[in-house]
Design a protein around this ligand. Structure first.
Ligand SMILES: Nc1ncnc2c1ncn2[C@@H]1O[C@H](COP(=O)(O)OP(=O)(O)O)[C@@H](O)[C@H]1O
Length: 175
């Protein structure tokens, strides 16, 4: 099925700046910011709350059912810390945001993450878990790794994704 607008995933470890990037990008492009966290909560795509991790236990099948129609239409910026669950056919670009450990430590401490969750997320970032997941799940041409340590890098990233979006529209216009 061909889309008139692309779907983009912005992924990475919690705290890398996914939501911040999605909001800016949505403002600039008019694409829709699809916060999977919000969908999980509002449409109850979970099997309950994990006290230790302070997060929802996501029911991925329910989640995919909840967003399928919207995503298949195109024009979504998907904001989520995982990407391997979305069918390849839905996705045109996967942006994996990266951050230095010390910066991530400060951001997650600010969020008052429990110790276990903080440590696991720091390890995950150092081990490049989400970058690897993206590379294992999608063709390498559509996976882009971008640094998100400061506001300047965020601006550059958003410029770059916006430029990609304009090019995609040009390449996919029927005119
Ligand atoms: N590139 C960046 N430069 C500076 N601060 C950032 C950057 N990206 C995110 N932040 C800050 O870090 C915190 C976490 O960002 P957020 O977008 O919520 O991350 P995520 O959605 O990946 O969990 C927020 O306080 C945000 O303002």
């Amino acid at each position: 099925m061909s889309r008139t607008l692309p779907n983009i995933i912005i992924t990475g470890t919690p705290g890398v700046g996914k939501t911040s990037h999605c909001e800016l990008l949505a403002e600039r492009t008019g694409l829709k910011h699809l916060s999977v966290n919000d969908v999980v909560k509002s449409k109850e795509c979970h099997e309950g709350w994990d006290e230790e991790y302070q997060s929802w236990i996501v029911d991925e099948d329910k989640l995919l059912d909840a967003i399928e129609d919207e995503v298949k239409q195109g024009g979504c910026i998907i904001d989520w810390h995982a990407c391997d669950l979305f069918p390849k056919s839905w996705i045109d670009l996967v942006v994996v945001l990266r951050v230095e450990s010390s910066v991530l430590y400060d951001r997650l401490t600010e969020r008052k993450y429990p110790e276990l969750k903080l440590q696991e997320n720091l390890d995950s970032e150092i081990m490049e878990v989400l970058l690897q997941e993206a590379r294992d799940s999608y063709d390498e041409e559509i996976v882009v790794e971008l640094q998100s340590n400061d506001a300047e890098q965020m601006d550059e990233n958003v410029d770059r994704i916006e430029a990609w979006f304009k090019q995609w529209k040009e390449n996919n216009s029927s005119a």
